[in-house]
Design a protein around this ligand. Structure first.
Ligand code: GKR
Ligand code: MG
Length: 424
Protein backbone atom coordinates (compact mmCIF):
# COMPACT_ATOMS: atom_id res chain seq x y z
CA UNK A 1 0.00 0.00 0.00
CA UNK A 2 1.22 3.42 -0.97
CA UNK A 3 0.20 4.89 2.44
CA UNK A 4 2.48 2.40 4.21
CA UNK A 5 5.59 3.94 2.69
CA UNK A 6 7.36 6.03 5.34
CA UNK A 7 10.26 8.47 5.41
CA UNK A 8 12.93 6.57 7.33
CA UNK A 9 15.88 8.95 7.13
CA UNK A 10 16.76 12.48 6.04
CA UNK A 11 20.34 13.32 5.05
CA UNK A 12 21.40 16.94 4.80
CA UNK A 13 24.71 17.50 3.02
CA UNK A 14 26.18 21.00 2.77
CA UNK A 15 28.13 21.61 -0.42
CA UNK A 16 30.25 24.40 -1.90
CA UNK A 17 30.76 25.06 -5.60
CA UNK A 18 32.90 27.57 -7.49
CA UNK A 19 31.25 30.92 -8.16
CA UNK A 20 32.44 33.93 -10.17
CA UNK A 21 33.52 37.38 -8.92
CA UNK A 22 30.04 38.82 -9.61
CA UNK A 23 29.30 42.34 -8.37
CA UNK A 24 26.04 43.39 -6.78
CA UNK A 25 24.55 46.04 -4.51
CA UNK A 26 26.01 44.42 -1.40
CA UNK A 27 29.53 43.79 -2.70
CA UNK A 28 30.84 40.81 -4.61
CA UNK A 29 30.31 37.06 -4.68
CA UNK A 30 32.84 34.95 -2.82
CA UNK A 31 34.80 32.24 -4.67
CA UNK A 32 32.48 29.61 -3.18
CA UNK A 33 28.66 29.48 -3.11
CA UNK A 34 26.91 27.28 -0.55
CA UNK A 35 23.90 24.99 -0.92
CA UNK A 36 22.47 22.06 1.02
CA UNK A 37 21.39 18.82 -0.68
CA UNK A 38 18.60 16.88 1.05
CA UNK A 39 17.95 13.18 0.62
CA UNK A 40 14.74 11.68 1.97
CA UNK A 41 14.99 7.89 2.20
CA UNK A 42 11.84 5.74 2.37
CA UNK A 43 10.93 2.36 3.83
CA UNK A 44 10.70 0.96 0.29
CA UNK A 45 14.21 2.11 -0.59
CA UNK A 46 13.52 5.25 -2.62
CA UNK A 47 15.43 8.53 -2.36
CA UNK A 48 13.70 11.89 -2.85
CA UNK A 49 16.01 14.88 -3.34
CA UNK A 50 15.94 18.62 -2.86
CA UNK A 51 18.33 21.59 -2.95
CA UNK A 52 18.25 24.67 -0.74
CA UNK A 53 20.42 27.32 0.93
CA UNK A 54 23.55 26.05 2.66
CA UNK A 55 24.29 28.97 5.00
CA UNK A 56 24.95 28.01 8.64
CA UNK A 57 21.60 29.38 9.97
CA UNK A 58 19.74 27.39 7.32
CA UNK A 59 21.59 24.19 8.20
CA UNK A 60 20.65 24.80 11.84
CA UNK A 61 16.91 25.10 11.14
CA UNK A 62 16.92 22.11 8.80
CA UNK A 63 18.51 20.09 11.61
CA UNK A 64 15.86 21.31 14.09
CA UNK A 65 13.00 20.14 11.86
CA UNK A 66 14.53 16.90 10.56
CA UNK A 67 13.52 14.60 13.49
CA UNK A 68 9.82 15.53 13.44
CA UNK A 69 9.46 14.55 9.77
CA UNK A 70 11.07 11.12 9.92
CA UNK A 71 8.19 8.59 10.09
CA UNK A 72 5.74 10.59 7.94
CA UNK A 73 4.42 9.40 4.60
CA UNK A 74 5.82 11.35 1.61
CA UNK A 75 2.17 12.31 0.98
CA UNK A 76 1.81 14.04 4.38
CA UNK A 77 2.69 17.53 3.11
CA UNK A 78 0.17 19.35 5.33
CA UNK A 79 1.30 17.55 8.50
CA UNK A 80 4.92 18.22 7.52
CA UNK A 81 4.10 21.95 7.25
CA UNK A 82 2.37 22.00 10.66
CA UNK A 83 5.25 20.21 12.32
CA UNK A 84 7.91 22.42 10.76
CA UNK A 85 6.03 25.57 11.82
CA UNK A 86 5.74 24.22 15.36
CA UNK A 87 9.39 23.23 15.53
CA UNK A 88 11.73 25.77 13.96
CA UNK A 89 13.13 28.35 16.34
CA UNK A 90 15.34 31.38 15.70
CA UNK A 91 19.01 30.46 15.53
CA UNK A 92 21.14 32.20 18.15
CA UNK A 93 23.75 34.53 16.66
CA UNK A 94 22.44 34.22 13.08
CA UNK A 95 23.57 37.18 10.97
CA UNK A 96 21.20 38.32 8.22
CA UNK A 97 22.44 39.41 4.82
CA UNK A 98 19.90 41.17 2.58
CA UNK A 99 20.77 39.46 -0.69
CA UNK A 100 21.01 35.99 0.86
CA UNK A 101 17.49 34.74 1.64
CA UNK A 102 19.14 31.70 3.24
CA UNK A 103 20.00 33.91 6.20
CA UNK A 104 16.56 35.55 6.67
CA UNK A 105 15.26 34.20 9.97
CA UNK A 106 11.65 35.43 9.53
CA UNK A 107 11.40 32.97 6.64
CA UNK A 108 12.88 29.98 8.47
CA UNK A 109 9.69 27.91 8.46
CA UNK A 110 8.88 28.73 4.82
CA UNK A 111 12.43 27.84 3.73
CA UNK A 112 12.41 24.49 5.54
CA UNK A 113 8.89 23.64 4.32
CA UNK A 114 10.00 24.35 0.77
CA UNK A 115 13.12 22.19 1.03
CA UNK A 116 11.16 19.29 2.55
CA UNK A 117 8.20 19.67 0.18
CA UNK A 118 10.38 19.34 -2.94
CA UNK A 119 11.96 16.08 -1.68
CA UNK A 120 8.53 14.73 -0.71
CA UNK A 121 7.04 15.66 -4.09
CA UNK A 122 9.99 13.94 -5.76
CA UNK A 123 9.13 10.81 -3.76
CA UNK A 124 5.40 11.11 -4.51
CA UNK A 125 6.19 11.34 -8.22
CA UNK A 126 8.42 8.27 -8.06
CA UNK A 127 5.75 6.32 -6.17
CA UNK A 128 2.86 7.13 -8.53
CA UNK A 129 5.03 7.24 -11.67
CA UNK A 130 4.37 10.90 -12.54
CA UNK A 131 6.58 13.98 -12.96
CA UNK A 132 6.28 16.58 -10.18
CA UNK A 133 4.48 18.96 -12.53
CA UNK A 134 1.60 16.46 -12.73
CA UNK A 135 1.26 16.59 -8.94
CA UNK A 136 0.85 20.37 -9.30
CA UNK A 137 -2.07 20.02 -11.68
CA UNK A 138 -0.15 19.27 -14.87
CA UNK A 139 1.95 21.22 -17.35
CA UNK A 140 0.58 24.17 -19.31
CA UNK A 141 3.91 24.37 -21.20
CA UNK A 142 6.56 21.75 -21.88
CA UNK A 143 9.52 24.18 -21.88
CA UNK A 144 10.19 26.93 -19.35
CA UNK A 145 11.96 30.04 -20.69
CA UNK A 146 14.81 31.60 -18.68
CA UNK A 147 16.60 34.93 -19.16
CA UNK A 148 20.28 35.72 -19.71
CA UNK A 149 21.26 37.00 -16.26
CA UNK A 150 24.19 39.41 -16.72
CA UNK A 151 26.46 40.67 -13.96
CA UNK A 152 29.10 43.34 -13.71
CA UNK A 153 32.17 41.37 -12.75
CA UNK A 154 35.88 41.36 -12.23
CA UNK A 155 38.06 39.02 -14.24
CA UNK A 156 39.39 37.26 -11.15
CA UNK A 157 38.70 36.71 -7.49
CA UNK A 158 40.79 38.46 -4.88
CA UNK A 159 43.75 36.43 -3.66
CA UNK A 160 45.05 33.10 -4.83
CA UNK A 161 44.82 30.37 -6.01
CA UNK A 162 41.51 30.97 -7.79
CA UNK A 163 41.63 30.23 -11.50
CA UNK A 164 39.83 32.87 -13.60
CA UNK A 165 36.43 31.86 -14.98
CA UNK A 166 35.64 31.74 -18.69
CA UNK A 167 33.72 35.04 -18.71
CA UNK A 168 36.47 37.63 -18.28
CA UNK A 169 35.91 41.15 -17.02
CA UNK A 170 32.42 42.68 -17.36
CA UNK A 171 32.48 46.36 -16.45
CA UNK A 172 32.02 48.54 -19.55
CA UNK A 173 28.97 48.63 -21.85
CA UNK A 174 31.01 46.83 -24.55
CA UNK A 175 32.03 44.09 -22.10
CA UNK A 176 28.44 43.66 -20.91
CA UNK A 177 27.26 43.32 -24.52
CA UNK A 178 30.02 40.76 -25.07
CA UNK A 179 28.91 38.86 -21.96
CA UNK A 180 25.33 38.82 -23.29
CA UNK A 181 26.50 37.59 -26.71
CA UNK A 182 28.43 34.75 -25.11
CA UNK A 183 25.57 33.74 -22.81
CA UNK A 184 22.97 33.90 -25.56
CA UNK A 185 25.33 32.11 -27.95
CA UNK A 186 25.77 29.28 -25.45
CA UNK A 187 22.19 28.93 -24.22
CA UNK A 188 19.87 30.77 -26.64
CA UNK A 189 18.14 33.04 -24.09
CA UNK A 190 15.53 35.42 -25.49
CA UNK A 191 15.45 38.05 -22.78
CA UNK A 192 18.15 39.75 -20.72
CA UNK A 193 18.46 40.86 -17.11
CA UNK A 194 21.31 43.05 -15.88
CA UNK A 195 22.12 42.99 -12.17
CA UNK A 196 22.65 46.64 -11.28
CA UNK A 197 23.10 48.71 -8.14
CA UNK A 198 26.86 48.50 -8.60
CA UNK A 199 27.93 51.62 -10.52
CA UNK A 200 26.54 55.12 -10.99
CA UNK A 201 23.05 54.81 -12.54
CA UNK A 202 24.20 56.67 -15.68
CA UNK A 203 26.74 53.91 -16.37
CA UNK A 204 24.19 51.14 -15.81
CA UNK A 205 21.68 52.92 -18.07
CA UNK A 206 24.41 53.21 -20.73
CA UNK A 207 24.88 49.43 -20.50
CA UNK A 208 21.14 48.86 -20.93
CA UNK A 209 21.17 51.20 -23.93
CA UNK A 210 24.12 49.30 -25.44
CA UNK A 211 22.25 46.01 -24.93
CA UNK A 212 19.15 47.43 -26.56
CA UNK A 213 21.20 48.52 -29.59
CA UNK A 214 23.02 45.19 -29.81
CA UNK A 215 19.86 43.09 -29.38
CA UNK A 216 16.98 45.06 -30.93
CA UNK A 217 13.58 43.93 -29.69
CA UNK A 218 15.00 41.70 -26.93
CA UNK A 219 13.13 42.24 -23.61
CA UNK A 220 15.50 43.85 -21.05
CA UNK A 221 15.36 44.26 -17.26
CA UNK A 222 17.56 46.14 -14.82
CA UNK A 223 17.74 45.17 -11.13
CA UNK A 224 19.61 47.61 -8.83
CA UNK A 225 18.60 45.58 -5.74
CA UNK A 226 17.16 48.62 -3.95
CA UNK A 227 20.47 50.47 -4.15
CA UNK A 228 18.97 53.60 -5.76
CA UNK A 229 17.21 56.23 -3.68
CA UNK A 230 13.63 57.09 -4.54
CA UNK A 231 14.81 60.35 -6.09
CA UNK A 232 17.43 58.56 -8.23
CA UNK A 233 14.91 55.92 -9.31
CA UNK A 234 12.36 58.57 -10.30
CA UNK A 235 15.02 60.53 -12.23
CA UNK A 236 16.19 57.40 -14.09
CA UNK A 237 12.70 56.22 -15.03
CA UNK A 238 12.13 58.37 -18.16
CA UNK A 239 15.49 57.25 -19.58
CA UNK A 240 14.54 53.61 -19.05
CA UNK A 241 10.95 53.96 -20.23
CA UNK A 242 11.57 52.82 -23.79
CA UNK A 243 14.30 50.37 -22.89
CA UNK A 244 12.94 48.06 -20.20
CA UNK A 245 10.37 45.31 -20.00
CA UNK A 246 10.23 45.91 -16.23
CA UNK A 247 12.13 47.94 -13.64
CA UNK A 248 13.16 45.53 -10.87
CA UNK A 249 13.60 46.68 -7.26
CA UNK A 250 15.33 49.99 -7.98
CA UNK A 251 14.45 51.46 -4.60
CA UNK A 252 13.79 50.08 -1.09
CA UNK A 253 10.49 49.46 0.67
CA UNK A 254 6.87 48.92 -0.30
CA UNK A 255 6.18 52.63 0.22
CA UNK A 256 9.20 53.68 -1.87
CA UNK A 257 8.17 51.41 -4.74
CA UNK A 258 4.57 52.68 -4.49
CA UNK A 259 5.75 56.28 -4.73
CA UNK A 260 7.99 55.43 -7.69
CA UNK A 261 5.03 53.69 -9.38
CA UNK A 262 3.25 57.06 -9.39
CA UNK A 263 6.15 58.56 -11.40
CA UNK A 264 6.76 55.98 -14.11
CA UNK A 265 4.96 54.12 -16.86
CA UNK A 266 7.34 51.19 -16.37
CA UNK A 267 5.95 48.13 -14.59
CA UNK A 268 7.82 47.64 -11.31
CA UNK A 269 8.90 44.11 -10.40
CA UNK A 270 10.20 42.75 -7.12
CA UNK A 271 11.80 39.92 -5.25
CA UNK A 272 12.66 42.23 -2.35
CA UNK A 273 9.55 44.06 -1.13
CA UNK A 274 6.98 41.30 -1.67
CA UNK A 275 8.49 38.15 -0.17
CA UNK A 276 5.61 36.96 2.06
CA UNK A 277 1.81 36.87 1.78
CA UNK A 278 1.59 39.67 4.33
CA UNK A 279 3.83 41.89 2.19
CA UNK A 280 1.74 40.85 -0.82
CA UNK A 281 -1.41 42.16 0.88
CA UNK A 282 0.26 45.44 1.85
CA UNK A 283 1.87 45.80 -1.59
CA UNK A 284 -1.49 45.40 -3.32
CA UNK A 285 -3.08 48.03 -1.04
CA UNK A 286 -0.24 50.47 -1.77
CA UNK A 287 0.06 49.69 -5.50
CA UNK A 288 3.79 49.01 -5.05
CA UNK A 289 4.49 46.55 -7.87
CA UNK A 290 3.06 45.07 -11.05
CA UNK A 291 5.18 41.90 -11.18
CA UNK A 292 6.08 39.54 -8.32
CA UNK A 293 9.17 37.37 -8.73
CA UNK A 294 8.54 34.24 -6.74
CA UNK A 295 11.23 31.98 -5.34
CA UNK A 296 9.93 28.65 -4.08
CA UNK A 297 12.96 28.35 -1.77
CA UNK A 298 11.62 31.08 0.53
CA UNK A 299 7.94 31.38 -0.45
CA UNK A 300 7.25 27.97 1.14
CA UNK A 301 7.54 25.61 -1.79
CA UNK A 302 6.07 24.72 -5.14
CA UNK A 303 2.45 24.64 -3.95
CA UNK A 304 2.89 28.02 -2.21
CA UNK A 305 4.30 29.41 -5.46
CA UNK A 306 1.15 28.27 -7.22
CA UNK A 307 -0.95 29.96 -4.53
CA UNK A 308 1.06 33.13 -5.07
CA UNK A 309 0.50 32.86 -8.82
CA UNK A 310 -3.25 32.60 -8.22
CA UNK A 311 -3.14 35.66 -5.94
CA UNK A 312 -1.29 37.56 -8.66
CA UNK A 313 -3.97 36.56 -11.15
CA UNK A 314 -6.74 37.73 -8.80
CA UNK A 315 -5.05 41.08 -8.21
CA UNK A 316 -3.98 41.65 -11.82
CA UNK A 317 -0.25 41.29 -11.17
CA UNK A 318 2.31 39.48 -13.33
CA UNK A 319 4.42 36.63 -11.99
CA UNK A 320 7.84 35.23 -12.78
CA UNK A 321 10.74 33.70 -10.82
CA UNK A 322 13.76 34.94 -8.91
CA UNK A 323 17.03 33.08 -8.40
CA UNK A 324 20.15 32.93 -6.27
CA UNK A 325 23.27 30.85 -7.06
CA UNK A 326 22.01 27.27 -7.46
CA UNK A 327 22.54 23.92 -9.13
CA UNK A 328 20.38 21.60 -11.21
CA UNK A 329 18.03 20.21 -8.55
CA UNK A 330 16.77 23.73 -7.85
CA UNK A 331 16.59 24.45 -11.58
CA UNK A 332 14.40 21.39 -12.11
CA UNK A 333 12.12 22.27 -9.18
CA UNK A 334 11.75 25.80 -10.62
CA UNK A 335 11.03 24.30 -14.04
CA UNK A 336 8.30 21.96 -12.77
CA UNK A 337 6.45 24.70 -10.91
CA UNK A 338 6.89 27.30 -13.67
CA UNK A 339 5.54 24.78 -16.19
CA UNK A 340 2.36 24.50 -14.10
CA UNK A 341 1.67 28.24 -13.76
CA UNK A 342 -0.60 29.46 -16.55
CA UNK A 343 -0.06 33.18 -15.86
CA UNK A 344 3.77 33.03 -15.95
CA UNK A 345 4.31 36.13 -18.05
CA UNK A 346 8.10 36.51 -18.29
CA UNK A 347 11.21 34.38 -18.72
CA UNK A 348 12.41 33.24 -15.27
CA UNK A 349 15.70 34.33 -13.70
CA UNK A 350 18.45 31.81 -13.15
CA UNK A 351 22.07 32.13 -12.03
CA UNK A 352 22.72 28.68 -13.53
CA UNK A 353 25.00 29.80 -16.42
CA UNK A 354 27.44 31.12 -13.79
CA UNK A 355 27.83 27.69 -12.23
CA UNK A 356 30.30 25.23 -13.73
CA UNK A 357 29.85 22.37 -11.31
CA UNK A 358 26.91 20.00 -10.86
CA UNK A 359 25.63 17.51 -8.33
CA UNK A 360 23.16 15.67 -10.57
CA UNK A 361 23.85 12.56 -12.62
CA UNK A 362 24.54 13.28 -16.28
CA UNK A 363 26.01 16.73 -15.61
CA UNK A 364 24.59 20.13 -16.31
CA UNK A 365 20.97 20.68 -17.34
CA UNK A 366 20.72 21.72 -21.00
CA UNK A 367 19.00 24.87 -22.27
CA UNK A 368 17.19 24.63 -25.57
CA UNK A 369 16.74 28.09 -27.13
CA UNK A 370 16.89 29.57 -23.63
CA UNK A 371 14.39 27.15 -22.14
CA UNK A 372 14.55 24.02 -19.98
CA UNK A 373 12.48 21.10 -21.20
CA UNK A 374 10.31 19.30 -18.68
CA UNK A 375 11.56 15.78 -18.11
CA UNK A 376 8.96 13.06 -18.61
CA UNK A 377 10.43 10.73 -15.97
CA UNK A 378 8.80 10.41 -12.53
CA UNK A 379 9.45 12.91 -9.72
CA UNK A 380 11.86 15.77 -10.38
CA UNK A 381 13.43 13.74 -13.17
CA UNK A 382 17.01 14.10 -11.90
CA UNK A 383 19.16 11.96 -9.60
CA UNK A 384 22.24 12.63 -7.52
CA UNK A 385 25.73 11.95 -8.76
CA UNK A 386 27.15 10.56 -5.52
CA UNK A 387 30.77 11.14 -6.48
CA UNK A 388 30.00 14.77 -7.29
CA UNK A 389 28.09 15.15 -4.03
CA UNK A 390 31.07 13.82 -2.07
CA UNK A 391 33.47 16.13 -3.97
CA UNK A 392 31.30 19.22 -3.44
CA UNK A 393 30.94 18.34 0.24
CA UNK A 394 34.73 18.09 0.53
CA UNK A 395 34.90 21.55 -1.04
CA UNK A 396 32.45 22.76 1.61
CA UNK A 397 34.61 21.35 4.40
CA UNK A 398 37.75 22.90 2.94
CA UNK A 399 36.52 26.30 1.73
CA UNK A 400 35.86 27.87 5.12
CA UNK A 401 32.78 29.84 3.97
CA UNK A 402 29.86 29.21 6.31
CA UNK A 403 27.63 32.16 5.52
CA UNK A 404 27.47 34.29 2.40
CA UNK A 405 29.10 37.69 3.01
CA UNK A 406 29.47 39.76 -0.17
CA UNK A 407 30.30 42.88 1.86
CA UNK A 408 33.31 41.37 3.63
CA UNK A 409 34.48 39.94 0.30
CA UNK A 410 34.24 43.40 -1.34
CA UNK A 411 36.33 44.94 1.41
CA UNK A 412 39.21 42.70 0.35
CA UNK A 413 39.31 44.66 -2.92
CA UNK A 414 38.29 48.00 -1.46
CA UNK A 415 38.89 48.27 2.30
CA UNK A 416 36.83 51.49 2.62
CA UNK A 417 33.78 50.04 0.82
CA UNK A 418 30.90 51.21 3.05
CA UNK A 419 28.18 48.93 1.72
CA UNK A 420 25.44 51.34 2.80
CA UNK A 421 22.20 51.16 0.85
CA UNK A 422 20.75 52.95 -1.05
CA UNK A 423 24.16 54.04 -2.29
CA UNK A 424 23.12 56.11 -5.32
O1 GKR B 1 23.46 36.77 -6.43
O2 GKR B 1 24.27 38.77 -6.47
C1 GKR B 1 23.33 38.00 -6.50
C2 GKR B 1 21.93 38.54 -6.65
O3 GKR B 1 21.92 39.90 -6.44
C3 GKR B 1 20.98 37.87 -5.72
O4 GKR B 1 21.50 37.94 -4.44
C4 GKR B 1 19.59 38.44 -5.74
O5 GKR B 1 18.84 37.82 -4.74
O6 GKR B 1 19.43 37.64 -8.00
C5 GKR B 1 18.82 38.22 -6.98
C6 GKR B 1 17.83 39.30 -7.34
O7 GKR B 1 17.22 39.20 -8.37
O8 GKR B 1 17.61 40.22 -6.55
MG1 MG C 1 15.95 41.01 -8.02
Amino acid sequence: MRRDIRITDIRITPIAFRDGPLLNAAGIHEPWALRAILEFETSDGRIGISETYGDAPMLAVLAQARPVIVGLSPFDLNVMEERVRATVRPVAGAVEFTLAPGSHSAKNAAKVISAFEVAMLDLQGQIVGAPVVDLLGGAVRDRVPYSAYLFFKYAEHHGKPYAPDAWGEGLSPAQIVEQARRMIGLYGFRSIKLKGGVFEPAHEIACIRALSEAFPGMPLRLDPNANWSLQTSIAAAPELDELLEYYEDPTPGLEGMAELARHTRLPLATNMVVTTFDEFRRGVALGSVKVVLSDHHYWGGLRATRELARMCEVWGLGISMHSNSHLGISLMAMTHVAASVSNLGYACDTHYPWQEEEVIAGGRVAFDEGAVRLPASPGLGVQLDREALARLHEQYLACGVRQRDDLAQMRKYQPDFAGTSPRF
